[in-house]
Design a protein around this ligand. Structure first.
Ligand SMILES: *Cc1c(COP(=O)(O)O)cnc(C)c1O
Length: 387
């Protein structure tokens, strides 16, 4: 089973590999549904550029009216260049440099999602020098477990992200002294590839508690930014090519206390773009191993590091031999690292040198994380309009 047409596979066969393939029709459909579901509740969605910052992709996302969530100065610049208005850009990150903060201030972004006391000081000073008032949302650490891989958990006290609850009193006192900062909201982000919606329910309950605390102090909070993290189905990309955004938003509608005048913001990355991308590669060699054979691809961890970095699963398909007899393979790349492995002991149709292999669901955190290790060249991206 694959969603690639014979026609596409013929084109792939004529194209130098490896390369990234993007299904822009699927991206369109995903964005239509995302927009419809978010509008039901008046939720604002900012697309997390770090998942995939390719210009054709972010331009399409912008055309649907979504905002941008950036985690570096260069992402802010890229978003502006792609046509996102400053007022629709939010900027997070534990280590914003002075230059990056200045970039944000220059473009009058919607908010700096601030992660420490010291950062507040620096933003205040830089904004003062530019004669501006910086809009700031406090990124609070809700100490909520996301039940996801430990490397993509961000909302626990032991993580480096956000401001912890016990620091809030100090922060609020501090804010009174900072003249060039305006507190516009609260921000949260508990992790990524979260498939258990209960984690988001726990987040809502935690946010409600924080909100009460601010209410008692009579500090108005205009914006609640609940972050992103919605996970996708890496095992069945064709059955579940579009995430159930409806159920995700409903959790927040049902459990988050939204006060009159407040706007709720989301920062989705993976769920928007992951299923639209595949890494297309060719088999260089088949090598006999002890327990399994090795299928050695011309793509490696330099093109897709998720399996090596987070033990991530990606569905692997042989596009040249779709339903032959099965054999067991370790699917590996050519890079000189043992972690350069896309999947171990996989049952795949008997494969030969030159077969086309699709590594699915790589539209998010795939191409953006590619590197030149081993002096590898950056691969090309192709955008197909057909669904
Ligand atoms: C990475 C990130 C996101 C997007 O996460 P996804 O899991 O891709 O939805 C949102 N907000 C912040 C602050 C992030 O760092």
């Amino acid at each position: 089973m694959t969603n690639f047409t014979e026609n596409q596979i013929n084109i792939f066969n004529l194209t130098p590999t490896p390369f990234y393939y993007y299904n822009m029709g699927l991206l369109d459909l995903t964005l239509q549904i995302l927009k419809k579901e978010a509008e039901k509740y008046g939720f604002e969605v900012h697309y997390a550029l770090k998942a995939n910052a390719n210009v054709p992709i972010i331009q399409k996302i912008r055309e649907y009216g979504f905002g941008a969530d950036c985690v570096s100065g260069n992402e802010v610049t890229r978003a502006v260049e792609a046509g996102f208005e400053g007022s629709k850009i939010v900027f997070a990150g534990v280590g914003k440099s002075d230059e990056e903060i200045i970039t944000g201030l220059k473009h009058d972004i919607h908010s700096f999602n601030c992660e420490s006391i010291q950062e507040l000081d620096v933003i205040d000073q830089l904004a003062g020098k530019m004669g501006k008032t910086a809009p700031v949302a406090l990124r609070l650490n809700p100490n909520v477990s996301a039940n996801t891989h430990k490397y993509i958990t961000t909302g626990l006290e032991e993580n480096k992200f956000g401001i912890n609850q016990w620091e809030l009193e100090t922060i609020v006192e501090k804010l009174k002294t900072l003249k060039n900062i305006k507190l516009i909201g609260l921000h949260f982000h508990i992790g990524s590839q979260i498939t258990d919606l209960n984690a988001f329910k726990s987040l809502c309950i935690k946010i409600n508690e924080f909100q009460l605390w601010f209410k008692q102090k009579r500090i108005p909070i205009l914006n609640l930014n609940v972050g992103g993290g919605l996970g996708i189905d890496y095992h069945e990309p064709d059955l579940h090519s579009i995430v159930d955004f409806g159920s995700f938003f409903r959790v927040f509608h049902d459990f988050l206390d939204v006060y009159p005048g407040q706007t709720v913001h989301f920062e989705l990355g993976r769920a928007v773009v992951a299923q639209s991308g595949s890494l297309i590669s060719k088999v260089l060699y088949i090598k006999n191993g002890v327990n399994t054979d090795f299928m050695i691809l011309d793509a490696g961890m330099t093109e897709l590091i998720r399996p090596a970095l987070y033990q991530a699963f990606h569905k692997i398909e042989n596009l040249s031999n779709k339903d032959g007899k099965l054999q067991r393979y370790d699917v590996v790349g050519p890079i000189c690292e043992s972690s350069d492995c896309f999947g171990k002991a996989l049952n795949l149709p008997i494969t030969k040198r030159g077969d086309l292999i699709a590594i699915r669901s790589t539209g998010a955190y795939g191409e953006v994380m590619s590197s030149n290790y081993n002096l590898r060249e950056k691969v090309k991206a192709y955008y197909f309009d057909k669904l």
